[in-house]
Write a protein that binds this ligand. Sequence first.
Ligand code: ADP
Ligand code: MG
Length: 697
Amino acid sequence: MANYFDTKIEFLKGVGERIAKLLREELQISTFGDLLQHYPFRHEDRSQFHQISEVHENMPYIQLVGKVQRVETVGVGNKKRLVAYFSDGTGVLELVWFQGARWIASNLKMQTDYVVFGKPNRFGSKFSIAHPEMEVYVPGQQEAKPLQPVYATTEKLKRGRVDSKAIAKLQKRLIERAYERIPETLPAYLIEQYGLISKKDAMRHIHFPESIEWLEKARFRLKFEELFYVQLRILKLKLSKMEKSPGQLLGDTQLVHAFYEKHLPFELTEAQKKVIREIFEDLRSGKQMNRLLQGDVGSGKTIVAFICMLIAIGSGAQVAMMAPTEILAEQHFRGLKDFAKQLGLHIALLTGSTKTKERRIIDRMLRDGDLHILVGTHALLEEHVQFNNLGLSIVDEQHRFGVAQRARLWQKNDRFVPHVLVMTATPIPRTLAMTLYGDLDVSVIDELPAGRKPIKTVHRYEKNRLTVFGFIREQVNLGRQIYIVYPLIEESEKLDLKHLEDGYESIRRAFPDLPVSVVHGRMKAADKDFEMQRFAAGKTKIMVATTVIEVGVNVPNASVMIIENAERFGLAQLHQLRGRVGRGAEQSYCILMTEYKLSKESKVRLNTMVRTNDGFEVSEVDLKLRGPGDIEGTQQSGVLDLLVADITKDGKILQEARLSAMLVLEKDPELILTDHQPIRNHIYSLRQDSTNWSKIS
Ligand code: ADP
Ligand code: MG
């Protein structure tokens, strides 16, 4: 049966070949269904007049009625503008024009009632509307207009006379014809439980709402549905994985006990113990583990990983650990080597710089099963790397790896898919984690080792530099070490390197008696490594570096992190950098150095860093500032392609949608109940329509 919504857009009255081509090329709209899903991105509210006294910042485009009291020109140069003071008796609002001032000034009439239409902005305690639409008020005429949809278009479309209004006209025509045919996509009991409106009403009111309330209902319904289907897909995937992949039984704890009793250098935190128990349950369950281990920087994920390795090795399997950079892989290797030695285990490091001769030895030992632990970069994924019996793959800092790479690790064992533990220090807000990693089980280390003092973070300007230098001296005298980090991005690499070198020089001049290391991405790996080692061993007191030290580096004696041009870093990066200190028992500090002039967003970032040490709180703010699109790892997940829902704002709906999807699958994993017919039909229609399906899968 041909689906009505797959009808080519040419068949809609008013759409000729020319417009069809434009819609297809500019907006990827080629069918009725595509057009209906081209939702307006906002509505103009001409349904009522608001009062100036009730105007607030978050209002959309609104309508006011009142009189112009006075007009004046203010500012000079390109700040010059015309301001009209507009009053409706409840308050005064400024109307502002940057262009066409002369014409407007001579045409505005005082004592005439105007309808003003626009988006209110706030400046301090005042509100203003820039370049408002205005017309003379005629009682009884302007109120009646319903909410108007505003659609995204492109320059090319507008030039072809397909503007927002033209699209609205087509939508109106289509929705009238299609309304009765729009199938319900959710089961009746969910609609009832959540008080949702029907799919067809939602489609009508998302375009042409009768009122703000209806618009809200339509949005809620469509968001719920969208998130429900995302979750249903992820959960189904998870279910099928659980069915299909038996896992190697890894349940031996002898090695763990030996380590625990003789070698463990500290008491584990309760959170670490809890997480180890969760992983242990997985490893011995007979099913393949796919688990995400989240823990803020410094929460002690490495030791957890090692103990899990011991369970696997004790049960006769091998372990791989993959890190995103050579520096980090080496650091893991070094950290694990001593533990391994104490227990008589064999461990090796494999990266791009591993010599052929050594590589051959590694390959052979791996195949013979003599090598217990292999740590490395993505070099681990290469063909020649073949294990005798890979039982557990640990991936550190997951957000740097694509899903496809993760999957390649699974193929390293012919008999069983290895258990996978993904570790990330980027605290992902729960809402996002649920969507991104919905196919993984999640464990969280939500506690730092005892005795850690929260890092003190301050924001300082250039004029404070001497004081900051004084502080460096003080800390070095106390026996501590200092990081000074400079931003470096490709686009301005030359200039950035110069800043770093200048900074290095000024440090040398200010502290001629102190040994200083410098590390940046342009250095040879061996030189970088040499400098890192010197700093880690305490031979140098100050480390001047770019963000190469961002991930994972561990020097517990370093207690001060100074970030230069901190306004140029993103929040996640700032938090990662800060996490390099505060790893020992000493009080640690993070100093954010910036210029005076800061954008609003930079200020929010800096204030957030000063206010909190909590990585989850930081990541929530980050998500709000940037939206999920920029958060690493989201690219492949499909969360970006959501049409109505917004992962940064709709966390509550997401939770309900997920819960519903879980209940549905629990009750009816194959979706065969009559109640679930709408779901079955919808999934089927999504599969038919490749464009839509790709949006969801
Ligand atoms: P991350 O989670 O950032 O990878 P690490 O595993 O590097 O953190 O641990 C940070 C530091 O804390 C290391 O020096 C580690 O030895 C130490 N550490 C880990 N767990 C504990 C604990 N339970 N008690 C004391 N120190 C710990
Ligand atoms: Mg780490």
